[in-house]
Design a protein around this ligand. Structure first.
Ligand code: GLU
Length: 372
């Protein structure tokens, strides 16, 4: 398979996601031996790849409930308290699991991956932690991020962290051996799928499912794998705890692989494609051809603007028939785009009184969505 463009050469970066079930005992308590095994697995991966892995760890909620003696369904504030208390316990245990290394806590919420400036800021924090020699350990900021501020599950978070880290591999550790071809509880002959060729079919077969202690199930794992795949990142879903990580470091291929998309546009463009559009820029047929040939969107090809977008927002680029052909980060706000529509680039200063960019959307900030 061809390497996707924009993938930096050199050693691979691995992001490892552990669910609550991977690091707790049968009663749901954090289990030092299991955490230590994960730490050893990460150390083995570091030795094998030559780069420090990034860990995404759940378990704060479970640890906080346990510490506070909370049982049964919790109110939202009680869940926030459990996360606030549990996160420190979780990190203390991870710190102990890496006696020779500092660990760096990074707590992210949905805005940290949706807002470009915050995304870049989070990326810098991750890189700086790695450069400082620490093992970054990421969780969702559950004590303050609630409802629409949340990504909601750490599987999805781990895919975003793989973007942030510039990873080429995401290892999702869970309490089953991988994705089964049939429900193993009903079909004793069910087998683990080695490679997922058709992610849509696999997701349809799995349906919604949830784990016992965490919020994820196979459905969220496949959703995360899709986000990763579209950014050119391979996802492996595997069971077996930390020992399985050490096995991967040794070249084993346990569990289920969701391969990266061969034509993935790279993490930055995949990020753009995931942004909710704030408006629409209408373009003519000539502009559609130019975009599909990999060129930027110039004022001349624009026929109108819809919505109330600002500089830097994501917009959909819409062809004359009404279909969305691309998504990009726009260089002018909606009123300015409407004003320069159909004009030559050299007229932009005259129309706007200033000329900051030649392009309405630069090709580096543009992802063509539909095939020709
Ligand atoms: N972030 C949550 C925690 O640490 C878990 C979310 C999940 O399990 O997906 O408890």
């Amino acid at each position: 398979m061809d390497a996707p463009p924009q993938r930096p050469a050199g050693p691979s970066r691995v992001v490892v996601k552990v669910g609550t079930s991977s690091i707790t005992d049968a009663s749901g308590r954090l289990d030092d031996a299991r955490m230590r095994a994960v730490a050893d697995g990460l150390t083995a991966l570091e030795a094998a790849t030559g780069t420090t892995p990034v860990l995404v760890s759940s378990g704060a909620g479970a640890a906080g409930r346990e510490r506070l003696g909370l049982v049964g369904p919790l109110t939202l504030p009680a869940k926030q308290a459990a996360a606030a208390v549990g996160q420190t316990l979780l990190m203390a245990r991870w710190d102990a699991a890496f006696p020779a290394r500092p660990v760096a806590q990074l707590l992210l919420s949905a805005d940290d991956v949706r807002d470009r400036a915050r995304y870049v800021n989070a990326k810098h924090a991750l890189q700086a932690s790695l450069q400082a020699g620490a093992i970054p350990i990421v969780n969702e900021n559950d004590s303050v991020a609630t409802s629409e501020l949340k990504l909601g599950d750490n599987d999805t978070l781990s895919a975003w962290v793989a973007y942030l880290a510039g990873a080429d591999t995401l290892l999702v550790l869970t309490d089953v051996d991988g994705l089964y071809d049939r429900d193993p509880r009903q079909h004793p002959g069910a087998r683990v799928v080695e490679v997922v060729d058709d992610l849509d079919a696999a997701a349809a077969r799995v349906g919604p499912s949830a784990g016992r202690h965490g919020t994820g199930g196979m459905a969220t794992k496949l959703r995360a794998a899709r986000i990763a795949r579209d950014a050119g990142i391979a996802t492996r879903i595997l069971g077996g705890g930390g020992a399985a990580l050490a096995a991967v470091a040794g070249g084993a291929t346990p569990g289920t692989l969701v391969p990266p998309a061969a034509d993935a546009p790279g993490a930055r463009k995949a990020w753009i494609a995931q942004q909710p559009p704030r408006g629409r820029v209408l373009v003519d047929a000539g502009a559609v051809d130019a975009l599909r040939d990999g060129r930027s969107l110039l004022p001349r090809g624009v026929t109108g603007a819809e919505g109330t977008f600002a500089f830097g927002d994501a917009v959909d680029v819409v062809e004359p028939g009404g279909a969305t052909v691309a998504r990009g980060l726009v260089n002018y706000d909606a009123a300015a785009v409407a004003a320069v529509a159909g004009r030559h680039t050299r007229d932009v200063t005259e129309v706007l009184g200033a000329h900051d960019f030649d392009e309405v959307v630069h090709r580096d900030n543009l992802v063509v969505l539909a095939a020709r």
